[in-house]
Ligand binder design. Sequence first.
Ligand SMILES: Cc1cc2nc3c(=O)[nH]c(=O)nc-3n(C[C@H](O)[C@H](O)[C@H](O)COP(=O)(O)OP(=O)(O)OC[C@H]3O[C@@H](n4cnc5c(N)ncnc54)[C@H](O)[C@@H]3O)c2cc1C
Length: 863
Amino acid sequence: MAMSVNGSAPAEVDVVVVGAGFSGLYMLYRLREQGLDAVVFDEASDVGGTWYWNRYPGARCDVPTVDYAFSFDPRLERDWTWSEKYATQPEILAYLQHVADRYDLRRDIRFGTRVSAAAWDEAARRWRLRTGHGDEVTCQYYVMASGCLSLPKTPDIEGVDRYRGEVYLTGRWPHDRVDFSGKRVAVVGTGSSGIQCIPLIAREATRLTVFQRTPNFSVPAHNGPPPADRLARLAADRDGYREAARWSRGGIPMEITDVSGVTAPEDVRRQRFEAAWQAGELFAILGVFNDQGINPVSNELVAEMIREKIRAIVGDADTADALCPKDHPFGTKRPCLDSGYFETFNLPHVRLVDLRRTPIVAITEDGIDTTGESFEVDAIVFATGFDAMTGPLVSVSVSGMDGVTLKDKWEHGPATYLGLMTAGFPNLFMITGPQSPSVLSNMVVSIEQHIDWIADCLRRLREDKIDRIEPTPLAEAGWVRHSQDCADITLYPRANSWYMGANVPGKPRVFLPYIGGVDAYRRACQEVTENGFVGFRLDGPAGSRCNDGVIRRLQPDVAMVLDLMASLELPPMETMSVADARAFIEALAAERPPGPDVGEITDGVLPGPAGDLGYRLYRPPSAGPHPLIAYFHGGGWVLGSQDSDDPFCRDLCARTGAVIVSVNYRHAPEHRFPAAADDAFAAAGWIAANAAALGGIPGPLTVAGWSAGGNLAAVVCQLARDAGGPEIAGQLLLTPVTDADLGRPSYSANGEGFVLTAALMRWFWDHYAREPDRAQPKASPLRGTLAGLPPAVVVTAEFDPLSDEGGAYAEALASAGVPVRHIRARGHVHTSLTMVDAVISGAPVRAEMAEALGSFWPEPVLG
Ligand SMILES: Cc1cc2nc3c(=O)[nH]c(=O)nc-3n(C[C@H](O)[C@H](O)[C@H](O)COP(=O)(O)OP(=O)(O)OC[C@H]3O[C@@H](n4cnc5c(N)ncnc54)[C@H](O)[C@@H]3O)c2cc1C
């Protein structure tokens, strides 16, 4: 039972919640619903969080307010009407005050109280919290609803304390109206807050000087009444609308385009961009093209169209140029929505100072000195942002198991499980913590999702008589890696943004939020609980249990490809006729990105043992001669051609600087074993003999192949060794078939659901080789003699039925004294590494592969 004396802190509760913004209020509501004792602490003197503190002129939300609102109670929605598309701070604060009153939440909130320290007492299984007033409160569960953007970054500029004029921090704005009339004002910082307040301050000030370190992309909000289309959709089907938001990418119902910026015609590009510009919505401008977040070319198209707008709005060419962001891809720093921001610089009393040209030297008693000029001002407004996401969490001295503090644990970057909990800190929950969608989403949707998850979790723990929950190190490491994998396929880590911690000196540079999408994230959280709290250790009086594991192991873009393929409900290839399977592969090939440009591509024929064989040659743009690679395509000896592996061959050529000769060998079932192997060996001999004419460096040849082509490359090396030629410099075996034994563990672990299935592999073998022939080294090179073979690069994919035989071949080669580099492609499937420009996460693996190939050749040729 909570003990509360005269509104002071109770000594013992079930749950302490820190923060009384959107998160703290809803958390308290849900805890009460379950009959739990809870107390909320906030430094502020009232509810509101962000909307309590950020009272600067122009402060508004930048997600449409009808979406940026609670959805947990339809009656609350019915009784509240927003006046604008993007409501102002006073209106959002009034809404949160209304929520607090409506559900009688204030009686359990202690305002003006900072939580300064928290320590886990393992023996008592309690958190012991200390407040700024010196009170100690113990609780079973501790919830940090302390916000992502609640710790303003104070200006770290020399002389700031010396200044005698008025100083304002946008994130800690006074409650009384600030009047800038008749004043010379400086605004330092042009992030979201700066961009919102500058037009309004300019209306009052006699002179406004804007100090800009980094220009930001901003689009006009076109504010006005709440959008009629959204209101109509809500009125027609509120539940459906809110559910669509919960399962959307960003927390707002939105259709995702399939238009690629790279391939769309110019008129379509323009039309889509203009529509997004007119919509005045962040998610619209972030979704002009489906590839703008991952493809620099597509991104630059949007970025340049925004720059064109800036140049068209701002009269002075130099000022316009300084306002145009050029140092980061669009969207990789949080873009802004504005109301007349760029237009403000056309006013005669407003001036922009570009700090990249003339940095601030110091703040003086009277104003600001840059390397170029001194500015006397009556007031300085610092819009210098926040120590985002981790700042509010580590600013409390939180010590978990063995006294380790959160700050120490996160010294090199935060590590969480689902952004909700962190190993070593039992019973501590974070709302919108790092590695959750948080600041990349409509935060109210993310807040509700986190709180619903926690509330549901606490209910289940109580039902199961569990009193301690903690994520495992394995689960946490897996989530951190997955979160990083998601970021790595995007352009986001390229910017020095607060998403990366780059705005705070000394803060580790890691991408903080989860960029995989609100929908994907929600699915992961659901799967964790549905599958018995995967990755959590649960303890109670009756004992402990732990269903340890990693919830997401596939690379995110590989998972997307698999989801897409599953949604097409295609018949399994092994149920098709060979002709249909070939037609299907050709149809797929027509849809994919083409791969990088190379110097030249020509088709030719070479003599095979039973007639001419077609080949395609890829030449780098630089003057030759180049190293020479004979390449054999994949397709289970049944499917494929020079066309099927075209993007991969381009990529291999571009990355290695080698001439690639992709050989089309005879296919089964028309030509069964050993036709393909004989063709491959003959082709290798011909290519080596004609190296100079093909533009290659005469001498040892490199052979390479993917899948069945990897099998042929391995076989060619054995045949060449035994025949005394051609001389082979090295072999690249990409997810190769090396053995006809289909009983290896990877066949059962990865035999279904990862494109190449065990059944399909059996179909390939059945077409290619009679049972008795399969044991021959010419079909199963793993069964041959491996000593004396050329050096090898073997690439295996984690979710591939063939991963064990590829690994076995690498091991056997090494045991036989052959130099081997084994590259393990984490989170990949058999086919994903060759999906150039479609599966972005394959690129680093191909880069590593290309770098390893360089060791086959006498001189480094990598450009
Ligand atoms: C100007 C601005 C505009 C924004 N606009 C949008 C938008 O349009 N859409 C959107 O999705 N998001 C927006 N955000 C993000 C916004 O922070 C979230 O949408 C949301 O308000 C966060 O709610 P919260 O309760 O999680 O955290 P907050 O609102 O930040 O509340 C956290 C509270 O915790 C308190 N606190 C922190 N540490 C302690 C401690 N140790 N002891 C006691 N109290 C503590 C703080 O005083 C604060 O009141 C905006 C943020 C800012 C700054």
